[in-house]
Ligand binder design. Structure first.
Ligand code: SF4
Ligand code: SF4
Length: 397
């Protein structure tokens, strides 16, 4: 018997059966960054004049925060680019905290000052700060970040967080040329008080989400791990098979012909220019709403549900992904298709290969099988779940 039921924010109801509209809101405060990481799918130069001109003002961000709080939003995630580039970051942070919202800060840590650390100590964010780490030495870090001196600033930021006992976790991109440093990174991460697990890695690097830099896309593709290496990395976690048993029981089923078969539209990410998007990486004008013209409430209650009803039209997707039982395991989604091909429903071949490699490793597929052609998928998944997550069958039942 399970005493705890895990619910997604949109499944949660307040007193009187009122639906919680918004559990968390992501606000991308800027696309600009003081780094220029080799794998980055979003960054613009720190002083990009066009971005500076178009970014949301302090008042606009405060209005969005207020509207979100009125929809019972409990957490705001400030992300970027590098959100600490905004001179009003401390003001926005305090504003969100006064509204009762917890704050998740995504940052590279280079701009953490003593004043900011003092602020975070005095008014704790309620959630851990998340720091992306790009290397364990000045040479490697600065090479990834594209800035001489970046490592020194990053270390100083980390020292300040430690000094003021601000809980933070670290994560990293899985770049092949940093392989020699990963053990060192994980040993260091284990010494950080709030780290209770091995650090998370980004592995399958996304292409530029605004489709704005062909040369960089070409380079990002060369940084991706092979499907086999991806599986090797994922599977080294000792709890991997039981985690996958649980995951498969809940999420492995064909997507059908709906374009969005994920959680898109149940929350929102606001881009740096005040556009509410159905999901963080999907920068498509048909799937975003200008909050200067439409309220956040109406966006969530009316606009997003209508957008997310869209059906797939691409015959290749209908033949493959719509009936493929690896959907869930596979990261194929409209945002990835958009970044890769400029369409919303083209199967992303790289992700397809990664999902197939993972399914072969798990014994769900044989060597030359294609997932969308498998006739006994349900039985295979059930057998896998029974073997690796036997408790779950009792709990679910
Ligand atoms: S620090 Fe983050 S946002 Fe900035 S360039 Fe690197 S990956 Fe991109
Ligand atoms: S594994 Fe391939 S066919 Fe299946 S959902 Fe992913 S991209 Fe589509």
């Amino acid at each position: 018997m399970s005493y705890v039921q895990r619910l997604e924010p949109h499944e949660f109801t307040l007193g009187g059966g009122k639906k919680l509209l918004l559990g968390q809101i992501d606000i991308e405060l800027t696309e600009r960054c003081n780094n220029n990481c080799v794998h980055c799918c979003i960054n613009l130069p720190e002083h990009d004049p066009d971005a500076l001109k178009r970014e949301m003002s302090t008042d606009v961000v405060k209005k969005i925060l207020t509207d979100a709080a009125n929809l019972a939003c409990m957490t705001v995630r400030f992300t970027g680019g590098e959100p600490l580039l905004r001179p009003d970051l401390a003001e926005l942070y305090l504003f969100a905290r006064r509204l009762g919202m917890m704050v998740v800060l995504f940052t590279n840590g280079r701009l953490i000052t003593r004043e900011l650390a003092e602020l975070l100590a005095k008014y704790p964010p309620g959630r851990v700060v998340e720091i992306s780490v790009y290397g364990m030495s000045a040479e490697s870090y600065d090479r990834v970040a594209g800035h001489a001196g970046a490592f020194v600033e990053f270390r100083r930021g980390i020292e300040l967080l430690l000094e003021y006992k601000i809980p933070f976790i670290v994560k990293a991109p899985k770049l092949q040329f940093l392989n020699d440093e990963h053990e060192q990174f994980e040993a260091w991460a284990a010494t950080i008080p709030a780290m209770d697990n091995i650090p998370g890695y980004s592995i399958n690097f996304d292409l530029r989400s605004r489709r704005d830099n062909l040369a960089k896309n070409t380079h990002i593709i060369t940084l991706r791990a092979t499907p086999e290496k991806t599986v090797a990395l994922l599977s080294r976690n000792p709890g991997y098979l039981s985690d996958m048993g649980q995951f498969c029981a809940k999420f492995m089923r064909p997507a059908g012909d709906r374009l969005f078969s994920c959680g898109a539209g149940h929350g929102t990410c606001i881009d740096a220019y005040g556009q509410a998007q159905v999901c963080l990486p999907l920068r498509h004008k048909h799937y975003s709403v200008d909050l200067q013209e439409v309220s956040l409430k109406r966006t969530l209650e009316e606009m997003f549900p209508a957008m997310c009803e869209m059906k797939v039209t691409n015959p290749d997707y209908l033949r493959r992904c719509a009936v493929c039982f690896l959907h869930g395991l596979c990261e194929q989604c409209p945002a990835k298709s958009w970044a890769e091909y400029g369409t919303l429903d083209t199967p992303v071949e790289y992700l397809c290969e990664v999902a197939h490699a993972q399914a072969r490793f798990l014994g769900l597929l044989n060597e030359h099988e294609r997932a969308w052609e498998v006739g006994d998928a349900k039985e295979r998944v059930a057998a896998f779940v029974a073997q690796h997550w036997p408790d779950g069958q009792t709990a679910e039942g």
